[in-house]
Write a protein that binds this ligand. Structure first.
Ligand SMILES: Cc1cc2nc3c(=O)[nH]c(=O)nc-3n(C[C@H](O)[C@H](O)[C@H](O)COP(=O)(O)OP(=O)(O)OC[C@H]3O[C@@H](n4cnc5c(N)ncnc54)[C@H](O)[C@@H]3O)c2cc1C
Ligand code: SF4
Length: 507
């Protein structure tokens, strides 16, 4: 985090010398940890509107409410806990409030309308001013790789003098191993799970009551809390990742196994997005494993790239790309409404082993790792032409780490290529062969990843060609799509494949 307590004080002093009484710090979703609390009085608002707007994952409601109430409990007498229908109602008539600029446009507008004194945001390795400065220096495209390199240099992360440790800024090429042959799991210990406590019991009872009264609608299961919601739990989860899984993170970052839903991933997006775990602290801890020789570069660099590269980058893009980025972009003309089974996370009739397992995991946990998100769910939606704006909302609602800021660049940009190439240079579309290589799904599937036509044609393989045929007029000028599109012309059965996929009723 680049905005230290001292510099926040400087901003306060500069904008309003010697306030007569200390302001009360308003804590909003995503701000429930020590980085957002400078030790003064707190106002923690619990607004019903955050849980009622659209049906979302029950486990997500549990986590976010649990984090909020644990923050209230931890602050003791310093915190006032206000429950209200809306944030505006909770803030009405109050004066002397301050807030760290919140992580969504809507919250930012609401706190300004309520006259709350706004301080610079926190919760990321770099500040919004850092990104603005970087953009100003740039000519041409804003590429994640260039941003990442800039942050590495500036922060001195994994640097060896003027150059990167190991000679390259990215070890991406060694982060794409398929799962070990014949493996059912990676053989790692089960991740550490937090013990639900009295706060969770109260949250559970409240959510049950709200649901029974018809005040909220949920999808998915909430059998037990699996993600850290307090700073202490987050620290424990970080230790557990570093000690048990970091070493395997690098090589198996992209691999999937039906019997191992966590693989070697950190599962730290929830505590980081809740604000209870500081990303800079996470990165420093992981880098230390490399400097002490406890973890290999491919794992440590791969992980650092996700956090100071991707995480900070999509945060800054949320602001940089503007308020209509997620709603106004549809470069590939994707107009299919999300089907009911998809919205309900109902896999009863899903025969495709990969999609059934991944959507089932989303139902059970509200979480799958990056590759199932991108190459199973996102790839399916891309091929079937799901509306990007609807898909962005859906991912935000059903993923426990979903936030307004994280989704637009990941969905509209990376996953659906709906922005025409602002975020990613080409669509993340692939056939069943990729999934077959990177997982053990196909061996247990009634479809055949090599077939594009017939009853057992893999819907991803056939869907890939049907997608390319549909998107060809838009993609033909993209040099990175030349080879893929060249393949279209060699398919004698393309029309039949397109027709078959048009008539496909489900996966
Ligand atoms: C379609 C799609 C949807 C996604 N939805 C979310 C989401 O709702 N919330 C979310 O935080 N991330 C999201 N991501 C990014 C990434 O998939 C998740 O952060 C990651 O899977 C979370 O699990 P983890 O903590 O074990 O991550 P790890 O694999 O252990 O990675 C470490 C950390 O890197 C960060 N990170 C990695 N990639 C990204 C990225 N593309 N964008 C932002 N942060 C990243 C996360 O903070 C993550 O915790 C999405 C990516 C895609 C392609
Ligand atoms: S054959 Fe196709 S649908 Fe079945 S698991 Fe493999 S990629 Fe998925």
């Amino acid at each position: 985090m680049t905005v230290a307590a001292g510099s926040v004080r400087d901003v306060l002093d500069a904008t309003d010398a010697a306030p007569p009484v200390p302001r009360v710090r308003l804590l909003l979703p995503g701000q429930y940890g020590p980085a957002f609390d400078d030790g003064g009085p707190l106002l923690v608002v619990e607004a019903e509107e955050w849980f009622t707007e659209r049906p979302f994952h029950r486990a997500k409601a549990h986590l976010w409410l649990s984090a909020l109430r644990h923050a209230v409990q931890a602050a003791g007498d310093r915190a006032e806990h206000v429950r209200a229908a809306t944030l505006a109602e909770a803030l009405a008539g109050r004066t002397g409030l301050e807030v760290l600029d919140p992580p969504s446009r809507r919250l930012r507008q609401q706190v300004r309308e309520a006259g709350v004194h706004v301080l610079p945001s926190r919760g990321f390795v770099t500040s919004e001013a850092d990104f603005a400065g970087w953009v100003e220096q740039r000519r041409g495209r804003l590429l994640m790789g260039d941003w990442y390199e800039w942050v590495r240099r500036r922060e001195g992360l994994l640097m060896d003098g003027p150059g990167p440790v190991g000679g390259h800024f990215s070890t991406d090429e060694s982060n794409r191993e398929p799962p070990p042959k014949g493996a059912v799991t990676l053989g790692l210990p089960d991740p550490w799970w937090p013990e639900p406590d009295d706060v969770d019991a109260e949250v559970r009872a409240d959510l049950d009551a709200w649901e029974a009264e018809g005040r909220v609608r949920f999808v998915g299961a909430d059998d037990r809390r699996r993600f850290a919601v307090t700073p202490a739990e987050a620290e424990r989860a970080l230790d557990d990742f570093v000690e048990s899984r970091l070493g395997d993170f690098g090589p198996y970052e992209d691999a999937m196994l039906a019997g191992d839903w966590t693989m070697a991933h950190s599962m730290l997006s929830v505590p980081m997005n809740l604000g209870v775990l500081d990303p800079r602290h996470v990165v420093d801890r992981v880098v230390r494993e490399f400097t002490t020789g406890a973890a290999p570069l491919q794992s440590v660099e791969g992980f650092v790239r996700q956090v100071v590269g991707w995480r900070d980058y999509v945060w800054h893009l949320y602001w940089h790309l503007g308020p209509t980025y997620a709603t106004d972009h549809d470069a590939l003309g994707a107009t299919t409404p999300l089907p009911a089974w998809w919205r309900r996370l109902d896999v009863t009739d899903v025969r495709a082993a990969c999609l059934g397992d991944v959507l089932g995991q989303v139902h059970d946990h509200g979480w799958v790792h990056h590759i199932p998100r991108l190459m199973v769910l996102g790839n399916w939606a891309l091929q079937r032409g799901y509306r990007p704006a609807d898909l962005t909302e859906w991912f935000t609602d059903v993923f426990v780490d979903g936030t307004d800021w994280v989704m637009p660049a990941n969905i509209v940009g990376m996953s659906q290529h709906a922005d025409g190439g602002i975020v990613a240079t080409k669509p993340y579309a692939s056939g069943g062969r990729y999934i077959d290589t990177m997982s053990d799904y196909c061996a247990r599937c009634p479809f055949d990843p090599k077939k594009r036509l017939g009853d057992d044609a893999c819907p991803y393989t056939a869907g890939y060609w049907a997608f390319l045929a549909r998107a060809e007029p838009v993609l033909r000028h993209n040099p990175r799509m030349r080879n893929a599109l060249g393949g279209l012309g060699r398919l004698a059965d393309l029309d039949d494949v397109v027709q078959q996929e048009r008539e496909r009723t489900g996966p």
